[in-house]
Write a protein that binds this ligand. Sequence first.
Ligand SMILES: Nc1ncnc2c1ncn2[C@@H]1O[C@H](COP(=O)(O)OP(=O)(O)OP(=O)(O)O)[C@@H](O)[C@H]1O
Ligand SMILES: [Mg+2]
Length: 256
Amino acid sequence: MLELRGLKKSFGQLEVLKGIDLQVDKGDVVAILGRSGSGKTTLLRCLNFLEKSDAGTLSFDGESFDMARIGKKDIARLRAKTAFVFQNYNLFLNKTALQNVTEGLVIARKMPKDRAVEIGRRMLERVGLSDRESYYPSQLSGGQQQRVAIARALATDPEIIYFDEPTSALDPELTGEVLSVMRSLAEEGRTMLVVTHEMGFARHVSNRVIFMEEGEIVEAGDSRSVFEQPRQERTRVFLRNVYQHLETNEAPSPEG
Ligand SMILES: Nc1ncnc2c1ncn2[C@@H]1O[C@H](COP(=O)(O)OP(=O)(O)OP(=O)(O)O)[C@@H](O)[C@H]1O
Ligand SMILES: [Mg+2]
């Protein structure tokens, strides 16, 4: 469904992505792991053209695009098939939960308002927030705000959803409700690319794992083998450190 070849990106002298290859099939849930600064967010932003790539070819649904030269029209067409969930939710603060979900449908998709509201309500129900449709973001917890953002992502029925650390701004007690919505999306066969530090999610919900370091993919494989038998020493060190950190700092999450 999605194939990326040779993605490169520098910020000035700093080469942040050094030639990333990636294939995502329909129904894949791919967890992207790696230390801070390894290029995970930049990878997602380049994939969704929030950042301009220096080189790379993106094939989506059989069409190929030169990422360094792609035009606005193709970007708009590709974005219509994707959705992005940000770490900090990116909700409109002056709009209600329902309006946040319907906004894109009415404005970008030119959908009649009553049809958009119908879809918006269905999506809020999907993430367990039917009773909060007229609340503003400031009246919602972080976990609820992120679930509104997920409802908004689902509203356009995207072929793939990119998540950039969707739970890392949340207090631990709110992380579970967002992860359980994401788990249910995985179970219904949604294609997702998820940057995460949630090892339970990466291990038990995603079917594939990518481990990045300094702008390169060090290891990629099915979740089970990456966690149980990592091939690269650098992956082993990373996983060992993460698990030590978990053991010393917090109790295992219900997802793990
Ligand atoms: N707009 C920018 N201008 C200059 N440098 C940037 C920019 N965005 C990212 N970088 C640099 O690129 C590198 C990769 O950043 P990126 O945000 O992709 O890392 P990350 O893996 O998502 O890290 P984290 O886990 O902390 O979110 C970092 O060294 C960062 O400082
Ligand atoms: Mg990041």
